[in-house]
Design a protein around this ligand. Sequence first.
Ligand code: DGY
Length: 328
Amino acid sequence: MKIFITRQIPQAGLELLEKEGYEITQWNEKRELTEEEFITRCKAADAVLLSGRRKADAAFFEQCSHLKVVSLFSVGYDNVDVEAATKAGIPIGNTPDVLSLATAETAFLLMIATARKAFYHHKRIARADWDFFEPTAGLGTSLFGKTLGVFGLGNIGLEMAKMCKGAYGMNIIYHNRGHNKDAEWQVGAKRVEFNELLAQSDVISVHANLTEELKGLFNADVFAKMKPSALFINTARGGMHNEADLKAALENGTIWGAGLDVTNPEPMDKNNPLLDLENVCVLPHIGSAVKETRDDMAVLAAQNIITALNGNPLPACVNPAVYQKAQG
Ligand code: DGY
């Protein structure tokens, strides 16, 4: 069996694949594959381990309908046309759960860093602007006893909620389509309508999967419904927010601050004006970037491939409908 891997992945996952005796090709160049390079290699493979920004769209699945599995090195799957994959009979694997803590930790880090203007103060030192003590300058905002509003409360959102409750005694509200009973029981989270979430939250943290319907949801209208003192934290996908509207909302005081691990587009341009704002902290999409987590992701992504090539349902599958289709 031939496996194509679009990035260098942690040894822990690679070893599992090697043990199976697969023929492995890894893309080692530090640039994204072109579409042609990607398709050519996938055509020659039985399975693909996909990491990075390359999209697997309907045209891809048409040309590579022979693939036995596409295993993502991510929990998010917005770069995959899941419907087209299912139509082609190809299971899509992802890496949920193993990265929940690390990603929630990134959201928590951004929340605190933004509330205390940490990146701005760091930059001040770097430009020799640590002069005399000014009691009223560069002040942050307290998080103690405030309300966290989680948009998309799944495993990552729940870990974020636990951290916020434990560290700051924050009150937790959330907006999901349905109830998350587990979160309601574990952290006393209360489900509210979207407009209530916007109106009541001191911190809004986005943890939903990016779908067509959610693209650009956090725009000028939505920011206008938030508290002027609110923090907007996005560790999900940059496509969830409209970056120009976010910048305007921060500049004109519609909201207070923003912490972003994801931007739109990625990578963010070094001259992006958001980087100059005091109340903004931006990270380069490092949600799961912890050694232990990345090892676990590599193992799960490898297990998804091995299981598929053995003809069994994936341990973590984005499109389980693919199996019903095979049966039917
Ligand atoms: C994920 O796992 O979805 C991360 O955001 C990396 O893309």
